[in-house]
Write a protein that binds this ligand. Structure first.
Ligand code: MTE
Ligand code: MO
Length: 419
């Protein structure tokens, strides 16, 4: 088979093409055209005069000012007790620009002076320790490109009828960054954890003093005291000057503006791990401590609110992730789940990071239902909405990771549907 044959080979029903179309140089053949260079006089204005000068901190093109966080909302009477969402359908690749990383604050963004900020480690330790930012900068550091997802992400999908919302509005409480900082294990080892210790309680220096209990196993496994995000100091909205980062676990536990770690033998049962961030089950009991985020994927293009201008060749693309490790496979359907084609995955596929998938699709102009289904390296398969809802109590809100479906109408309009 030649590359050309792959192009012609349908991979699944309703126009899904073979993912290998993206591998050969021929793939571009159907989309771009070579044109002759225009004469000097007809060249665009920006080629005719010297460009602008340098500046000390860059910003996006003036033609990209509509790429913004969306769905900014706060509790009545407050400005900082709420969330903003990452505009997933306007981005590509897997790293979220820091200025577009979703935000979730329980009592606003504190204005922390880094010279006055200290991290205290105390409780069941041999030596209580206090660290300034300057001290921490001298410790061994490591970097990880990993996702952060609020366990309330996609909660609108619990609504009995589908909401007319965009991908960002429904799923924008997830983002990925390169996080750089000191492995928490190094600091805990220096403090000397006592044998009876099993947990730590992490507390933030915001006005909510938000606190969560974290099993010590996780703290010693891959927890990071993050100081940098995408190469620069963490932004104030994401925890400046330091945050806890717990790869793959519900975002709430990655305590921002971290100023205190108390090592304990039991969880503290704070508000945000009892009345909040626990999962009500259909038998009436509440499940506490659902830490890792389940395997999940969402098609970001085409998606709700977007418009397909005319029939033809398109690229279906989206993001997949799993709090348990690497994404192994993503399948895409264009016929509401009757048949599935395997998507191409952008490399490298990193553990507990967003993975970008792509599938070529020839849209014939008829209504179509697009879906994606992720499988992680442990064989966990993203559930259908029906199976996810089956075990849940009415109103159970957190950890929604079911398959998302988008309906493309005859007029090319895309909307959220349940299948
Ligand atoms: N101190 C503190 N830490 C916090 C929060 C907070 O309000 N205060 N919000 C939590 C929640 S619910 C989430 S989902 C993540 C969001 O991180 P981000 O704002 O950097 O996206 O931070 C968590 N850490
Ligand atoms: Mo959250």
């Amino acid at each position: 088979m030649t590359d050309k044959d792959f192009e012609m080979t349908p991979a699944a029903g309703n126009g899904l093409m073979d993912r290998r179309m993206f591998l050969g140089a021929t793939a571009a053949g159907g989309i771009s055209m070579l044109v002759a260079q225009p004469a000097a006089a007809n060249r665009p204005a920006w080629t005719q005069t010297p460009g602008k000068g340098m500046n000390s901190y860059g910003s996006p093109s003036r033609f990209e000012t509509d790429v913004q966080r969306v769905g900014i909302g706060s509790q009545a009477g407050t400005v900082g007790s709420g969330a903003s969402r990452t505009p997933l359908e306007q981005l590509n690749g897997v790293i979220t620009p820091s200025g577009l990383h979703f935000e979730r604050h329980h009592n606003g963004i504190p204005d922390i002076d880094p010279d006055q900020h200290k991290l205290l480690i105390h409780g069941l330790v041999d030596r209580p320790l206090s660290f300034s930012l300057e001290t921490l900068d001298r410790y061994p550091m490591t970097s990880r490109i990993q996702f952060l997802e609020c366990s309330g992400n996609s909660g609108a999908l619990l609504s009995p009828t589908p909401m007319p919302r965009t991908c960002a509005q429904l799923h924008g409480l997830v983002a990925a960054s390169e996080w750089t900082g000191v492995p928490l294990a190094i600091l805990l080892e220096e403090a000397g954890v006592k044998p009876e210790a099993r947990w730590l309680v992490a507390e933030g220096a915001d006005a909510a003093m938000m606190s969560r209990s974290v099993p010590l196993d996780k703290a010693f496994d891959d927890a990071l005291l993050a100081l940098y995000q995408n190469g620069e100091r963490i932004r104030p909205s994401n925890g400046y000057p330091m945050r806890l980062f717990l790869p793959g676990w519900e975002g709430n536990m990655s305590v921002k503006w971290l100023h205190r770690i108390k090592v304990t033998s039991e969880p503290a049962m704070t508000k945000d791990e009892t009345s909040k961030y626990s999962d009500l089950l259909s038998d009436g009991t509440a499940q506490l401590f659902t830490f890792p985020m389940g395997v999940k994927s969402v098609i970001t293009n085409p998606s709700g609110g977007l418009n397909m201008s005319k029939p033809g060749l398109y690229q279906i693309t989206g993001l997949a992730w799993s709090g348990a490790g690497r994404i192994n496979r993503v399948e895409v359907s264009a016929d509401g789940g009757k048949s599935w084609a395997q998507a191409a995955l952008d490399q490298p596929v990193l553990t507990k990071n967003l993975t970008r998938f792509r599938t070529p699709w020839r849209w014939n102009g008829a209504p179509a239902t697009l879906m994606s289904r992720a499988v992680d390296e442990h064989g966990s398969v993203q559930p259908t909405r029906e199976s996810l809802m089956a075990g849940r109590a009415k109103g159970a809100f957190y950890h929604y990771n079911a398959i998302q479906a988008w309906r493309v109408g005859e007029n090319g309009e895309v909307g959220n549907v349940y299948v």
